[in-house]
Design a protein around this ligand. Sequence first.
Ligand code: SF4
Ligand code: SF4
Length: 94
Amino acid sequence: MAFVIAEPCIGTKDTACVDACPVDCIHPKVTEDDFAAENQLYIDPVACIDCGACVPVCPVSAIFPIKNLPEKWKHYAEINAKYYIQYLMKKYDD
Ligand code: SF4
Ligand code: SF4
C-alpha cells in the first residue's frame, strides 16, 4: 500500500510534500533534471512507508492513500508508479 498524488497537484507542484517526506520518496524534486518537464510530482509506491506526513501539508489536497483515491482519480496510482518504472529504465539505459 502507498500514498498517491492525484490531479490537484497539476498546476500547483509547490513541493511542500517533498520536504515533509521522511524517506525522500516524492519526485521529481526541484533540483532534479526532469522537474520542469513533469506537470506533477509522484510517490514511489515501493519506498513509501505510509506515514501520511505529506497529506496535511498539501495545499490542494492532492495526496491520498491508494485505497481512498476518489474513483475519478484511480488511474493516478498507475501514473505515479509508471514514473518510477521510467526512472529505472532511464537509469539502466545510461
Ligand atoms: S506517506 Fe509518508 S512516506 Fe509516503 S510519500 Fe507521504 S510522507 Fe512520504
Ligand atoms: S504538496 Fe501537493 S500540490 Fe504540492 S507538490 Fe506535493 S502533491 Fe503537489
